[in-house]
Design a protein around this ligand. Structure first.
Ligand code: GLU
Length: 320
């Protein structure tokens, strides 16, 4: 088995790159470059209604403007492409066929409303209520009321994430989310499946991304194991919040790279402020401006703090 470092940045082209994504891209790039490894950019464009025309090109242009480069990606190609999820349907179909053959997935035609009605205390999370397993034991010959989705069978027990930054995180996926959807009723692969199939196919050794995805990681570990793959290491970065504690991604303005650039911030200033916010450099060093490669070496990545959130203070870049 190859132990070469392969990192990735996997944006969804649903708008302009914001500070949180830029921080994730910067650290993922630094980790790959410091390890002398390969850095992959993959475009996660399966959720069609949320796609924004031109966003992919603008996000890639923002990454280049910041001073980041990549070895494999949609514009460059590479041995484990294609690098847009919309072009990888065959890989997801093969994964579904494999899971079906081994009885690890089953069809389910429950609607969201039916599931919510069955569960007395709906889970308030983004994924909706825990699925109570209604279709788990259905006969395969049953008639379906509508096109079914495919759910992954989850056994009870705790799944452990040994996160490089946040430490040990445990989740009983069965108790929290239940059997989860891997192929949606409209035949589109769910994020959880697509990300795992792609990380395996692209031989990603370390996933560096925002802490908002930590909750999905146990599901992804279960899928990676089921697909007989190796589980990558994980490093979840703090979520970047505005100075007043609101989510940057949900704010009206001033949080995208394009807006900051238009306001006159230079790339070294922005990289310096991001690095200071994450604790990689001091506020003074950050203020002086930095190019991404200047963050390499000197054990700077070891200074990354394991925190769930940091706050962006324009002009200062001070981590709370
Ligand atoms: N495409 C996801 C996003 O933009 C990130 C997926 C991942 O890093 O695993 O939020």
């Amino acid at each position: 088995m190859s132990t070469a470092y392969r990192g990735r940045f996997a944006p969804s082209p649903t708008g302009d790159l914001h500070l949180g994504s830029a921080a994730a891209a910067l650290v993922a790039w630094c980790a790959a470059r410091e390890a002398g490894g390969t850095f992959v950019v993959r475009i996660e464009d399966l959720d069609r209604p949320r796609l924004v025309a031109g966003a992919e090109e603008r996000q890639l242009a923002d990454l280049r403007w910041l001073g980041l480069d990549w070895d494999e990606g949609p514009d460059k190609g590479g041995a484990s492409g294609p690098y847009r999820q919309s072009e990888r349907a065959a890989a997801y179909a093969a994964a579904l066929a494999d899971l079906r053959t081994r009885g690890l997935v089953y069809p389910c035609d429950c609607s969201r409303r039916e599931i919510a009605a069955l569960v007395s205390a709906p889970h308030p999370g983004e994924d909706g209520p825990r699925y109570p397993g209604t279709c788990r034991a259905s006969e395969p010959t049953r008639t379906w009321r509508r096109q079914p989705a495919w759910r992954f069978r989850v056994e009870s027990g705790v799944t452990v994430v040994e996160d490089k930054l946040l430490g040990r995180f445990e989740q009983d996926v069965e108790a929290r989310v239940g059997d989860f959807v891997v192929i949606r009723a409209d035949a589109v692969p769910a994020y959880q499946l697509a990300v795992v199939v792609d990380d395996l196919a692209m031989r990603i050794s370390e996933v560096v991304r925002g802490a908002d995805l930590l909750d999905s990681t146990p599901r992804q570990i279960l899928l990676a194991r089921a697909l007989d793959g190796t589980v990558p290491r994980h490093a979840h970065l703090p979520l970047v919040l505005a100075a007043d504690g609101t989510r940057l991604a949900k704010r009206e303005g001033g949080a995208t790279i394009a807006e900051l650039r238009a306001a006159g911030l230079s790339a070294p200033q922005l990289v310096g402020q991001l690095a200071a916010m994450l604790g990689l450099v001091t506020v003074e060093e950050g203020r002086a401006g930095l190019l991404p490669f200047e963050l390499l070496g000197a054990g700077r990545l070891d200074r990354l703090a394991g925190q769930r959130e940091v706050r962006w203070r324009p002009g200062q870049g001070i981590a709370d």
